[in-house]
Design a protein around this ligand. Structure first.
Ligand code: CTP
Ligand code: MG
Length: 227
Protein backbone atom coordinates (compact mmCIF):
# COMPACT_ATOMS: atom_id res chain seq x y z
CA UNK A 1 0.00 0.00 0.00
CA UNK A 2 1.29 3.47 -0.90
CA UNK A 3 2.15 5.82 1.96
CA UNK A 4 2.18 9.59 2.20
CA UNK A 5 4.15 11.64 4.72
CA UNK A 6 3.31 15.13 5.94
CA UNK A 7 6.45 17.01 7.01
CA UNK A 8 5.69 20.08 9.14
CA UNK A 9 8.50 22.53 8.29
CA UNK A 10 6.83 25.87 8.90
CA UNK A 11 8.33 26.65 12.31
CA UNK A 12 10.70 29.52 13.07
CA UNK A 13 13.03 27.56 15.35
CA UNK A 14 12.95 30.06 18.19
CA UNK A 15 14.85 27.86 20.66
CA UNK A 16 17.62 27.23 18.13
CA UNK A 17 18.49 30.94 18.08
CA UNK A 18 19.96 30.69 14.57
CA UNK A 19 19.78 33.29 11.81
CA UNK A 20 17.41 31.14 9.77
CA UNK A 21 14.71 28.58 10.63
CA UNK A 22 16.55 25.51 11.98
CA UNK A 23 15.31 23.19 9.21
CA UNK A 24 17.54 25.18 6.83
CA UNK A 25 20.72 24.93 8.89
CA UNK A 26 23.26 22.80 7.08
CA UNK A 27 24.93 19.57 8.12
CA UNK A 28 27.60 18.37 5.68
CA UNK A 29 26.55 20.92 3.04
CA UNK A 30 22.93 19.79 3.06
CA UNK A 31 20.02 21.42 4.90
CA UNK A 32 18.35 19.52 7.72
CA UNK A 33 15.10 19.49 5.75
CA UNK A 34 16.89 17.86 2.79
CA UNK A 35 18.40 15.21 5.05
CA UNK A 36 14.97 14.46 6.50
CA UNK A 37 13.20 14.32 3.14
CA UNK A 38 15.85 12.25 1.41
CA UNK A 39 15.61 9.63 4.12
CA UNK A 40 11.82 9.45 3.85
CA UNK A 41 12.05 9.48 0.08
CA UNK A 42 14.35 6.45 0.04
CA UNK A 43 11.62 4.26 1.51
CA UNK A 44 9.95 2.29 -1.30
CA UNK A 45 6.43 2.48 0.17
CA UNK A 46 6.54 6.27 0.57
CA UNK A 47 5.16 7.70 -2.67
CA UNK A 48 4.42 11.27 -1.67
CA UNK A 49 5.95 13.79 0.75
CA UNK A 50 3.93 16.90 1.57
CA UNK A 51 6.05 19.64 3.10
CA UNK A 52 4.27 22.43 5.00
CA UNK A 53 6.22 25.67 4.69
CA UNK A 54 5.78 29.08 6.23
CA UNK A 55 4.18 31.52 3.78
CA UNK A 56 7.20 33.73 4.49
CA UNK A 57 9.71 30.98 3.63
CA UNK A 58 12.72 32.35 1.76
CA UNK A 59 14.92 29.28 1.87
CA UNK A 60 13.06 26.37 0.31
CA UNK A 61 13.75 27.58 -3.24
CA UNK A 62 17.49 27.39 -2.48
CA UNK A 63 17.22 23.66 -1.84
CA UNK A 64 16.95 21.03 -4.57
CA UNK A 65 13.83 19.55 -3.03
CA UNK A 66 11.46 20.65 -5.79
CA UNK A 67 13.39 18.33 -8.13
CA UNK A 68 12.16 15.35 -6.10
CA UNK A 69 9.05 14.04 -7.86
CA UNK A 70 7.58 12.76 -4.57
CA UNK A 71 7.65 16.24 -3.03
CA UNK A 72 4.71 18.61 -2.85
CA UNK A 73 4.52 21.87 -0.92
CA UNK A 74 1.64 23.43 1.04
CA UNK A 75 1.31 26.56 3.18
CA UNK A 76 1.71 25.74 6.86
CA UNK A 77 -0.01 27.51 9.73
CA UNK A 78 0.47 29.25 13.04
CA UNK A 79 0.99 26.13 15.19
CA UNK A 80 2.45 22.75 14.24
CA UNK A 81 -1.03 21.25 14.24
CA UNK A 82 -2.20 23.86 11.71
CA UNK A 83 0.69 22.92 9.43
CA UNK A 84 -0.18 19.22 9.75
CA UNK A 85 -3.82 19.91 8.99
CA UNK A 86 -2.86 21.89 5.88
CA UNK A 87 -0.94 18.84 4.66
CA UNK A 88 -3.79 16.45 5.46
CA UNK A 89 -6.19 18.69 3.54
CA UNK A 90 -4.56 17.87 0.19
CA UNK A 91 -4.46 14.07 0.69
CA UNK A 92 -6.99 11.86 -1.09
CA UNK A 93 -7.76 9.18 1.53
CA UNK A 94 -8.71 6.68 -1.20
CA UNK A 95 -5.28 7.00 -2.76
CA UNK A 96 -3.55 7.12 0.64
CA UNK A 97 -5.53 5.41 3.41
CA UNK A 98 -2.59 5.81 5.82
CA UNK A 99 -0.53 8.91 6.56
CA UNK A 100 2.67 9.49 8.49
CA UNK A 101 3.63 12.81 10.06
CA UNK A 102 7.33 13.45 10.57
CA UNK A 103 9.05 16.57 11.93
CA UNK A 104 11.40 18.33 9.53
CA UNK A 105 13.73 18.73 12.50
CA UNK A 106 14.34 14.93 12.84
CA UNK A 107 16.88 14.10 10.12
CA UNK A 108 18.37 11.08 11.93
CA UNK A 109 15.35 8.77 11.66
CA UNK A 110 16.55 5.27 10.76
CA UNK A 111 14.91 3.15 8.05
CA UNK A 112 14.81 0.37 10.60
CA UNK A 113 12.62 2.40 12.99
CA UNK A 114 10.48 3.60 10.09
CA UNK A 115 9.92 -0.01 9.03
CA UNK A 116 9.00 -1.10 12.55
CA UNK A 117 6.38 1.64 12.79
CA UNK A 118 4.87 0.91 9.37
CA UNK A 119 4.74 -2.80 10.04
CA UNK A 120 3.14 -2.45 13.48
CA UNK A 121 0.47 -0.09 12.16
CA UNK A 122 -0.42 -2.08 9.05
CA UNK A 123 -0.32 -5.50 10.68
CA UNK A 124 -2.41 -4.49 13.71
CA UNK A 125 -4.57 -2.05 11.74
CA UNK A 126 -3.96 0.56 14.47
CA UNK A 127 -2.12 3.86 14.45
CA UNK A 128 1.04 4.40 16.43
CA UNK A 129 4.09 6.50 17.12
CA UNK A 130 7.80 6.05 17.53
CA UNK A 131 8.69 6.63 21.16
CA UNK A 132 11.63 6.10 23.44
CA UNK A 133 11.45 4.90 27.03
CA UNK A 134 12.41 7.47 29.66
CA UNK A 135 15.81 6.65 31.19
CA UNK A 136 16.17 8.95 34.18
CA UNK A 137 14.25 8.82 37.45
CA UNK A 138 11.33 11.19 36.92
CA UNK A 139 10.24 13.76 39.51
CA UNK A 140 7.10 15.80 39.64
CA UNK A 141 7.95 19.23 40.98
CA UNK A 142 6.05 22.23 42.26
CA UNK A 143 7.60 25.66 42.85
CA UNK A 144 11.10 24.22 42.53
CA UNK A 145 10.76 21.38 45.03
CA UNK A 146 9.94 17.70 44.55
CA UNK A 147 6.39 16.55 45.10
CA UNK A 148 6.85 12.93 44.12
CA UNK A 149 8.62 10.38 41.94
CA UNK A 150 6.70 9.26 38.85
CA UNK A 151 7.03 5.59 37.91
CA UNK A 152 9.37 5.59 34.92
CA UNK A 153 8.10 2.20 33.78
CA UNK A 154 5.18 3.74 31.90
CA UNK A 155 6.79 6.96 30.65
CA UNK A 156 7.86 7.52 27.06
CA UNK A 157 9.21 10.37 24.97
CA UNK A 158 6.89 10.89 21.99
CA UNK A 159 8.90 11.09 18.75
CA UNK A 160 7.92 11.09 15.09
CA UNK A 161 6.93 9.64 12.65
CA UNK A 162 3.41 9.14 13.92
CA UNK A 163 1.21 7.05 11.63
CA UNK A 164 -2.59 6.83 11.43
CA UNK A 165 -5.42 6.08 9.04
CA UNK A 166 -5.79 9.35 7.11
CA UNK A 167 -9.49 9.84 7.85
CA UNK A 168 -9.09 8.97 11.54
CA UNK A 169 -6.29 11.48 12.04
CA UNK A 170 -8.03 14.28 10.20
CA UNK A 171 -11.28 13.79 12.12
CA UNK A 172 -9.45 13.54 15.45
CA UNK A 173 -7.49 16.76 14.90
CA UNK A 174 -10.60 18.63 13.79
CA UNK A 175 -12.53 17.43 16.85
CA UNK A 176 -9.70 18.22 19.26
CA UNK A 177 -9.17 21.67 17.76
CA UNK A 178 -12.83 22.58 17.96
CA UNK A 179 -12.78 21.62 21.65
CA UNK A 180 -9.64 23.74 22.10
CA UNK A 181 -7.68 20.75 23.38
CA UNK A 182 -3.90 21.15 23.52
CA UNK A 183 -2.44 19.15 20.63
CA UNK A 184 1.34 18.98 20.45
CA UNK A 185 1.50 15.83 18.34
CA UNK A 186 -0.84 13.63 16.32
CA UNK A 187 -1.21 11.13 19.16
CA UNK A 188 -2.59 13.81 21.47
CA UNK A 189 -5.48 14.38 19.05
CA UNK A 190 -6.12 10.62 18.93
CA UNK A 191 -6.00 10.48 22.75
CA UNK A 192 -8.57 13.25 22.87
CA UNK A 193 -11.02 11.07 20.94
CA UNK A 194 -10.32 8.10 23.22
CA UNK A 195 -8.81 5.98 20.44
CA UNK A 196 -5.73 3.76 20.71
CA UNK A 197 -2.14 4.53 19.65
CA UNK A 198 0.62 1.95 19.69
CA UNK A 199 3.98 2.81 21.23
CA UNK A 200 6.77 1.60 18.97
CA UNK A 201 10.21 1.71 20.53
CA UNK A 202 12.60 3.93 18.55
CA UNK A 203 16.36 4.11 18.56
CA UNK A 204 17.64 7.07 20.56
CA UNK A 205 19.32 8.39 17.39
CA UNK A 206 15.98 9.85 16.30
CA UNK A 207 16.57 13.21 18.03
CA UNK A 208 14.72 16.42 17.31
CA UNK A 209 17.06 19.31 16.63
CA UNK A 210 15.75 21.85 19.11
CA UNK A 211 18.64 23.72 20.76
CA UNK A 212 22.05 24.86 19.47
CA UNK A 213 23.84 21.83 21.04
CA UNK A 214 21.70 19.43 19.04
CA UNK A 215 23.31 20.39 15.74
CA UNK A 216 26.68 18.83 16.55
CA UNK A 217 24.95 15.75 17.95
CA UNK A 218 22.88 15.33 14.77
CA UNK A 219 26.02 15.68 12.66
CA UNK A 220 27.71 13.00 14.73
CA UNK A 221 24.73 10.65 14.36
CA UNK A 222 24.38 11.25 10.59
CA UNK A 223 28.09 10.60 10.05
CA UNK A 224 27.91 7.44 12.11
CA UNK A 225 24.85 6.25 10.18
CA UNK A 226 26.51 6.81 6.82
CA UNK A 227 29.45 4.56 7.68
N1 CTP B 1 6.30 23.42 12.74
C1 CTP B 1 5.40 23.74 11.70
N2 CTP B 1 4.53 24.78 11.85
C2 CTP B 1 4.52 25.53 12.97
C3 CTP B 1 5.41 25.21 14.04
C4 CTP B 1 6.28 24.13 13.89
O1 CTP B 1 5.41 23.09 10.66
N3 CTP B 1 3.66 26.54 13.07
C5 CTP B 1 7.25 22.33 12.55
C6 CTP B 1 8.70 22.76 12.73
O2 CTP B 1 9.20 23.34 11.52
C7 CTP B 1 9.40 21.46 13.12
C8 CTP B 1 8.27 20.63 13.79
O3 CTP B 1 7.06 21.32 13.52
O4 CTP B 1 9.88 20.73 12.02
C9 CTP B 1 8.53 20.46 15.28
O5 CTP B 1 8.41 21.71 15.94
P1 CTP B 1 9.55 22.42 16.80
O6 CTP B 1 10.68 21.50 17.03
O7 CTP B 1 8.89 23.07 17.97
O8 CTP B 1 10.09 23.54 15.76
P2 CTP B 1 9.90 25.12 15.86
O9 CTP B 1 8.51 25.43 16.25
O10 CTP B 1 10.40 25.67 14.57
O11 CTP B 1 10.92 25.50 17.02
P3 CTP B 1 10.62 26.43 18.32
O12 CTP B 1 9.47 25.79 19.03
O13 CTP B 1 11.89 26.42 19.09
O14 CTP B 1 10.28 27.80 17.77
MG1 MG C 1 7.71 24.82 18.21
Amino acid sequence: IPLVVVVPAAGVGKRMKANCPKQYLKINQKSILEHTVSRLSSHPMIKKIIIALSHEDEYFSETRLSENSKVMVVDGGKERVDSVLAGLAVIDPHEFPWVLVHDAARPCLTLNDLNHLIEACLSNDKGGILASPVRDTMKQGCNGVIEQTIDRENLWHALTPQMYPTLQLKAAIERALSAQAIITDEASAIEFTGEVSQLISSSSENIKITQPDDLALAEFILNKQSK
